[in-house]
Design a protein around this ligand. Structure first.
Ligand SMILES: [Zn+2]
Ligand SMILES: [Zn+2]
Length: 195
C-alpha cells in the first residue's frame, strides 16, 4: 500500500515536470532541417534561428550557421568587383618591378630586410588604389603581379632584352629570389588577413 502511494506520488511529480517543460517550450515539436525536410535535428542557425542538420551546419568562429547566412555575410564582406583586379595589377606590377630593380643592386644581405618593406608598400598602394574595397582574390592578383615583376627584372638584368642569350646562371639570382619570396608573401598576407 505504501509502495503504491509512493509510486503514484513520483508519477505525479514527473507529470508536473513535464507540464512545466512544455510550458517553457523545452519539449516542443521535433525540428526538421530547412534544406532537408526529412532530417530531424536539434541544431539551429545562431543568426537566423532556422533549424539545420549536421550536413548543412557550417562551423564559424561565432558558432553554427546555416549556408544562407554564411553566403549573405560573405556577400556583405566583399565590397569590390572584378574591376579591382586589373587596377591592382596595374599598381602592383610597376611598383614591384621598381622594388626588384632596386634590390638587384643592394645585394642579398639587404634584400632580406628591404623585401618585406617593399611587399608592404605594394600592398598598401594597392589597398588605397582600390579604395579599400575587399575582393576575394586581391591577395592572389597582387602576389602573382610581384612574381611576374621580379621575373621580368631578372630577365632584364640577365641581359635578355639587350639581345644577350639567356643563361640560366645569370637569371638565378639570390637577391631577386629573396625579393620574390619575401615581398610576395608579405603583400599577399597583408591583403588576405583582416581585409
Ligand atoms: Zn541562418
Ligand atoms: Zn540539412
Amino acid at each position: 500500500m505504501m509502495r503504491d502511494e509512493a509510486m503514484r506520488q513520483r508519477g505525479r511529480r514527473r507529470e508536473g515536470r513535464r507540464e512545466e517543460a512544455m510550458r517553457e517550450g523545452k519539449m516542443s515539436e521535433p525540428l526538421f532541417c530547412v534544406n532537408h525536410p526529412n532530417v530531424e535535428t536539434t541544431l539551429r542557425c545562431n543568426r537566423c534561428g532556422d533549424p539545420i542538420c549536421v550536413r548543412c551546419a557550417i562551423r564559424t568562429p561565432v558558432g553554427y550557421r546555416c549556408p544562407r547566412c554564411v553566403r549573405e555575410q560573405q556577400a556583405a564582406f566583399y565590397t569590390g568587383t572584378a574591376f579591382d583586379y586589373p587596377i591592382a595589377a596595374l599598381i602592383a606590377l610597376p611598383l614591384a618591378a621598381a622594388g626588384a630593380y632596386f634590390i638587384s643592386f643592394v645585394g642579398f644581405f639587404f634584400a632580406f630586410f628591404l623585401s618585406p618593406v617593399a611587399g608592404a608598400i605594394v600592398s598598401e598602394a594597392v589597398w588605397y588604389g582600390v579604395r579599400r574595397r575587399r575582393t576575394r582574390y586581391l591577395w592572389l592578383v597582387v602576389g602573382v603581379s610581384i612574381i611576374v615583376a621580379t621575373l621580368l627584372v631578372a630577365l632584364y638584368q640577365a641581359g635578355l632584352f639587350a639581345g644577350y642569350p639567356l643563361v640560366l646562371g645569370r637569371l638565378l639570382r639570390l637577391d631577386l629570389g629573396i625579393y620574390g619570396v619575401m615581398a610576395t608573401s608579405t603583400a599577399a598576407a597583408r591583403l588576405r588577413i583582416g581585409r
